[in-house]
Design a protein around this ligand. Sequence first.
Ligand SMILES: [Zn+2]
Ligand SMILES: [Zn+2]
Length: 101
Amino acid sequence: MPKMKQEERERRLQHKDKFHSDGHATAKEALACHREYELDFEIRFFEDKSTQKKCGVCDELTTGRASLGEFRRYVACPEHQTREGIMVLQEREDRRKETRA
Ligand SMILES: [Zn+2]
Ligand SMILES: [Zn+2]
C-alpha cells in the first residue's frame, strides 16, 4: 500500500464512522465519503479455493474474493482485485439495490 501523509491519514480516519458528521450536506455525501475510507483501509483480498465463481467485473471464473469492511463480500479475479475493481462492484451493487426499491 502506498504511503500516505500523516495528516491525510488522520483526516481519512475521521471518516471511519459511516454516519460521521463533518459537514456533509446529505447522508448520501457522508456515505460516499465513508466509502473512500473503506477503500483506503478496509479492502481485503483473499481466495476461496473450494469454489470457482464468476468475477463480478469480467465474468471470468475465479477463486479470488474481496471483502470490504465486515459485511460485504465480492467475487473478484486476480486482475480485478484492485481498488478500481472493487469500486465497480460497489457501483453495480448500488444499482441493483436501486432497481429493486
Ligand atoms: Zn466525510
Ligand atoms: Zn475480473
